[in-house]
Design a protein around this ligand. Structure first.
Ligand code: ST9
Ligand code: ZN
Ligand code: ZN
Length: 335
């Protein structure tokens, strides 16, 4: 373990409850009923449809005519823009599970922009309301509305009024205090144009003579579409299929495919049980590139105050509310 990792260990149940309060403990109050009618946003349907068709064509170009460097670059962009979401928007800004110095925050903001998943402020607000009101009308990608809705459908229609009402009640002031978040929010579309589309197209052309056409379809469109789908799996598959070793009373699961596809974010039963733990799983670095990334920057002091759930509190919770506390499968997967 790196010598200067600064951990804040959460060791007792009382501490866990206190921490959960800070992380906006799931609200059990009854949501009122709304006069709600599904309203499809056809512009988004057309854009997402076109993006997916272009991505399929991009995949064909990867095999048929692209240079290997282009395919490798597209893959690396997927991993690193994914880390912009996982280590940046998710674990740093939405959950405050660790702190980061200015240079690392700038780097994460750029990676997050490559992923183009709405700005950090909007992403974090939707994510905080998702944790607080999971599987209710106020959850933007409420998984009880089905796989398609939680995967992509929620981006193709107007939001349920409960999402906007409950989201407006969240305290988001911490994010607005961060000048990097404010900067990205202010210039978001220009930054997206540059970091998600223009640079991924120009770099392969300039560096190894790839055609602009191939670079655009592969490194911009295919890579963007692939990263979106890997991210969306956390909201769909990892809210439906898999084990619940930490809390069987909630929908989120440990979903193997998502663990790999979402660069270490598919341990979703763990994450909804301990949302403040920076590693988002109890396995440390195993299958978790994002945790490795944060540890790497912690080694240089750029990431610090990493909050982590102690082994004891995880075990206590597993025995109390997990779905298979003594199962062999648990031992195989988790040891
Ligand atoms: C995308 C996001 O893909 C993906 C997020 C995934 C999250 C995953 C989390 C899982 C855990 C982490 C794992 C990471 C794994 C990563 C792996 C990587 C390999 N509270 O939005 P409008 C207000 S984005 C409070 O127009 P409509 C809003 O401020 C893809 N207020 O709602 C506004 O107020 P005002 C690219 C809220 O009209 C008003 O409401 N982007 C909230 O219903 C209207 O807002 C897109 O595709 C809230 N929560 O439209 C864009 N929300 O007027 C898609 C909104 O005062 N978005 N408000 O300013 C849209 O086009 C629209 O938002 C819409 C809804 C059509 C979906
Ligand atoms: Zn979730
Ligand atoms: Zn989360």
């Amino acid at each position: 373990m790196a010598p200067n990792l600064r951990f804040t260990k959460i060791v007792s149940a009382e501490e866990e409850i206190e921490k959960l309060k800070l992380d906006q403990i799931k609200d059990e109050t009854q949501l009122k009923t709304y006069d709600y009618k599904l309203q499809i946003v056809w512009r988004n349907v057309a854009i997402m449809g076109a993006l997916h068709l272009s991505a399929i064509y991009g995949m064909y170009l990867m095999i048929a005519s692209a240079k290997w460097q282009t395919n490798l670059f597209a893959f690396l962009l997927y991993i690193f823009s994914g880390i912009g979401i996982t280590a940046g928007a998710h674990r740093l800004w939405a959950h405050r599970s660790y702190k980061a110095k200015f240079p690392l925050r700038v780097f994460l903001m750029i990676l997050d922009t490559v992923a183009f998943q709405n700005d950090i402020y909007e992403w974090s607000r939707d994510h905080r309301v998702h944790h607080k009101y999971s599987e209710t009308d106020a959850d933007p990608h409420n998984a009880t509305r089905g796989f398609f809705f939680s995967h992509v459908g929620w981006l193709l229609c107007r939001k349920h009024p409960a999402v906007i009402e409950k989201g407006s009640q969240l305290d988001m002031s911490d994010l607005l205090k961060d000048p990097i978040v404010r900067f990205q929010k202010k210039y978001y579309l220009s930054l997206v144009l540059l970091f998600c589309f223009i640079l991924p197209t120009m770099i392969p052309n300039y560096m190894w003579g790839e055609s602009i056409y191939n670079a655009f379809y592969i490194c911009a469109l295919w890579r963007y579409c692939w990263t979106l789908n890997m991210t969306w799996l956390v909201n769909s598959a990892a809210h439906m299929f898999g084990n619940k070793p930490y809390d069987k009373r909630i929908s989120p699961t440990e979903n193997l495919a998502t663990i790999f596809g979402a660069v270490g974010e598919g341990f979703h039963n763990f994450h909804h049980t301990f949302p403040w733990s920076y590693d988002a799983s109890e396995l440390g670095l195993k299958y978790n590139i994002t945790t490795g990334f944060i540890n790497f920057f912690a080694f240089f002091g750029q990431a610090y105050d990493l909050k982590i759930a102690s082994k004891k509190i995880i075990k206590d919770r597993r025995l109390r509310t997990g779905d298979r506390p003594n199962d062999l499968e648990y031992k195989f997967f988790y040891n």
